[in-house]
Design a binder for this molecule. Sequence first.
Ligand code: ATP
Ligand code: MG
Length: 733
Amino acid sequence: PVPPPADYLARLNPEQRAAVETIDGPLLVLAGAGTGKTRVLTTRFAHILLTRRAFPNQVLAVTFTNKAAREMRERVSAIIGQPAEGLWLGTFHALCARMLRRHAEHAGLSANFTILDTDDQLRLLKQVMEAERIDTKRWAPPGMMGVIQHWKDRGLTPARITLAEDSDYANGKARLLYTLYQERLRTLNAADFGDLLLHVTEILRTNPDILADYHRRFRYILVDEYQDTNLIQYLWLRLLAQGHRNICCVGDDDQSIYSWRGAEVENILRFEKDFEGARIIRLEANYRSTAPILAAASGLIAHNEGRLGKTLRPGRTDAQKGEKVSIVELWDSDEEARMVGGKIEELRREGHSLAEIAVLVRAGFQTRAFEERLITLAVPYRVVGGLRFYERAEIRDAIAYMRATVQPADDLAFERIVNVPRRGVGDAALRTMHEAARSQSIPLSVAAGRLVEAGGLKGKVKEAVGTLLRQMAQWRDLLGKDGHVVTVAAMLDESGYTEMWKQDKSPEAPGRLENLKELLRALADFETLAGFLDHVALVTENEEQPDDAKVSLMTLHGAKGLEFDTVFLPGWEEGVFPNQRAMDENGNKGLEEERRLAYVGLTRARRRAIVSHAANRRIYANWQPSIPSRFLEEIPAEHVQQANSSSMARDRRVAAATSFPTQFPLQARRPRVIEVWEQPGRPARTDSIPVGARVFHQKFGYGTVKAVDDDKLDVHFETAGDKRVLDRFVERA
Ligand code: ATP
Ligand code: MG
């Protein structure tokens, strides 16, 4: 049954209602966070359907994430009272993939083309570069890929690249390489991610009949998160909207946070120019957050210049009752993770749903500390829009290096790293090694060693495998001498693994490098490499829980458009947030984008925002003092309550009396030259712990021993559940 129209319109304030009912002509809704932009868009969709202005498949709706698309589909079907099917609703990429399948032949593809992932793309590009005799050491394929992606973001096919847009990458051969790469993709009947938009836009540009067909079809176009569209997305929208000109975009210039991926806030200004007579509606009441949170966020973003200017006032009826934003100062990163974990437990005990709690970090690597804490506390969590720390490719590679080095029989690990970074060890060489290993019943790495000696591997491959095996032997030596942190740092360094990511110019590469640094910090928490590897094995076995019973961990970028009752915002320290690289590379523009990110973070919270910063962070095995983020001071003091952890106050006095240990700037250091501070190795146990004994473990708390296997114990922990641990890490309780 279709609900009476008055019902759904009554849930809107007058401005929102105007935005829903201004159906014809171009419309831009420009409004701050939580003012109901997404709600307007969803209601508008329903309104179009309920007033029978269009059939469901005549509306094109663009969301920023698949999750947002799902939500919009649900909301639309709730309002129209039946499942919403056949909708053109999704992300730019999803919608373009669907269009491209329909017209693939116009892009020289057939309808069943494959969409390549990043690895495939790079492999292909590298082949193209090698065939052109480009020195891929000097001009790394990922760098070239960055150039190509940039062109694609700007809607430039090879033929459309003008002199001004050309790049001098690869000695002026960039455009040629791009042309050849596109040709290769075509022969393979494949498209990369950027092609989805590029091809479709090009088809629409050059085939008036196809474009006319879409003009007839799409009577209404709806776009969420408009401030983060890039040029090609804008061109695509503009082409499609030329027909009925019924395009409604909603956005907030203060939440523009994807310029690093080619997004252009200028699209907001272009809109008014390109769509003559466009109406602009502003929404001013924020229904999401309590007054103090809103005032804090508004005060912060006011430090940005060059804003379009918007007013934001509390719209929640209970807005005035809210708590101030908490700023918690912690002694170090461990204490920060404990604070967040502790407060989450407290909220859980008070009956709050875990699904209403989020921890939002600036960079992906930062989730690790919180993941480990939540595992210890047996609090279910999920990492939204990303993998859990120990499942990330670069972390698994690094761990494979460790395993292959200390466990020479670990064939899987050896196979994973033997050609990463690329050493020219191809499938044929690997097959030879496997055959030798099988026929002599020896581990792969041992077989590889014998083949190198006996001449079973030749030339470049022989040299590369020989070098790797020699290095592994050196690392084993180093492990005994200098300890595991230094050794792993050497592994990543000497193997060329870190360098591989440094050469990589894709937007993910810096995050991967940060994850690797974080891994070294994690290692320093353990006394031995074996202890660490066991720990990793334990934390990666994860049991599935429904998403609605989990805390969400994600980056600030991933949190756009979402909301939670409680939001933790850890790591507000100079260099971390605002992020140093963003400021180094883009100066004040970079800083302003960081500030917008902070604004996005604070405005995700409905009731509670807990910002924290630690006075000390670990760099490798050393501690380094850190400076509180400038953003903390930019939040108006009257909306803030300061809290220090108890040890903070105590340790501050200690810190004042003693000077900090050696300080190093983050980059200027090679692990070899640091004095590594390690706890004296915990000795193996002399006594044995029997089954049934009650024990205490630093991470998992109290538990009872269920089984003993050599130096490992299976323990049932009271809060953390069943875990296998090393006996020397527990005390008898
Ligand atoms: P963002 O900028 O973060 O994407 P937004 O402008 O899209 O935010 P919404 O997510 O649509 O805002 O709305 C924020 C919250 O306010 C939601 O929980 C929504 O249900 C609620 N809301 C929106 N409009 C109203 C209203 N008129 N009355 C009550 N609640 C509202
Ligand atoms: Mg929204």
